[in-house]
Design a protein around this ligand. Structure first.
Ligand SMILES: [Zn+2]
Length: 350
């Protein structure tokens, strides 16, 4: 039925306006998005009425809020962005369909001269912000939009040639597939699965947190690693725990997931259990790993809650803290500490 409504909307645009005004259900939005991804003419026809997330030199445009309490993506209208992106019909990528039914796209503006970039920032009260920082400034839902936009834009740039025969590829209107001009193979963007796990003892009184060399001073997080070809998620988690801290994990339980743009990972968050034995740390992967008590973890959670930018602004005292709420690791650690029933954690995050 929905397809027939959209078909009518294409022929009679005033119907769409009426339809959009009342908003779309979740299923209607998903099916509309599916159609935009598959039908080039339909996708292009909605670009002028879409909203746009702008990236400049891989930095998304984020609304600045002096009080630092309400940062969010700047969504630009076609009329506001087209002068900055003259080839927008060929370069924008589809992101999603907003609650009110508006298709949303992203566009990479590339090397804007500083006066031009400053003008756009002034006009929109936005700032082109480092993506790693921006992911922790916006809501969980908007962080996924930033992540998707960055990955699809990068994927189109990096898939200009076919991986099978080396010929040029051509994108579809949505930017969600590229067809090879030589062998005809169609390429699609994909995510890399990563297992991320909070290991606890059987009594749930202690948990293992680890430090990688790149972590800021004082920050410890969960054990994580990419899935090998042919592994299940449970096998990935058990292998990573064995490799990194030398223990055998059991009772692997999936909790919730998060997309992360570095480098296009699907972070699948889990709990698992180990005997509380001494750790044997892999020095090639980790700088440190320890069992921490519930009390120590409570204090670490409190520190990052009161100072969410501890990660970015330094931590001279080197006190223990954990990743901030924009990271799946934070939610695994927090909800283990709160003893939230596993089946309810997803609802607290989303
Ligand atoms: Zn090919």
């Amino acid at each position: 039925m929905y397809y027939s409504i959209i078909s009518k909307c294409n022929r009679y645009p005033w119907i769409l306006n009426k339809y959009v005004t009342r908003g779309l259900s979740y299923v209607e939005r998903v099916r509309f998005l599916q159609r935009l991804k598959e039908e080039d003419r339909t996708c292009l026809s909605y670009v002028p009425s879409g909203k746009f997330l702008a990236y400049c030199r891989s930095k998304p445009l984020i609304r600045v809020d002096e009080a630092n309490t309400d940062k969010a993506i700047v969504w630009l209208a076609y009329s506001e962005i087209k002068n900055y992106a003259p080839d927008i019909l060929q370069t924008s990528v589809l992101l999603d369909v907003a609650d009110d039914g508006t298709p949303r796209y992203s566009v990479q503006l590339g090397e804007l001269r500083d006066p031009v970039k400053d003008k756009l920032e002034d006009e929109t009260s936005g700032v082109f912000t480092d993506l790693r920082a921006a992911l922790f400034m916006v809501t969980w839902r908007e962080a996924h939009i930033l992540s998707r936009a960055n990955c699809v834009l990068m994927w189109n740039r990096n898939t200009a040639f076919c991986g099978k025969c080396g010929s040029k590829t051509e994108r579809n209107a949505a930017g969600y597939s590229r067809k090879c001009t030589g062998c005809g193979m169609t390429h699609y963007p994909s995510s890399n699965p990563v297992g991320i796990v909070l290991i606890t003892d059987k009594e749930h009184e202690n948990a293992i947190l680890v430090r990688q060399p790149r972590h800021p001073r004082g920050m410890y997080s969960c054990i994580a690693g990419f899935s090998d070809i042919g592994e299940s998620l449970e096998e990935t988690v058990r292998r990573e725990v064995a490799e990194e801290v030398g223990l055998e994990a059991t009772d692997v339980r999936y909790i919730a997931s998060q997309h992360w743009p570095f480098p296009g990972s699907l972070m699948t968050g889990c709990f698992a259990v180990c005997e509380k034995e001494e750790l044997s740390i892999d020095p090639n992967e980790l700088q440190d790993a320890k069992w921490f008590s519930r009390q120590e973890i409570a204090e670490a959670l409190e520190r990052i809650k009161h100072n969410p930018f501890l990660r970015l602004r330094g931590n001279p005292s080197e006190e223990l803290f954990v990743p901030p709420p924009g990271a799946i690791a934070y939610h695994l650690i927090k909800h283990w500490y709160l003893r939230t029933p596993a089946q309810e954690i997803y609802h607290h995050i989303y």
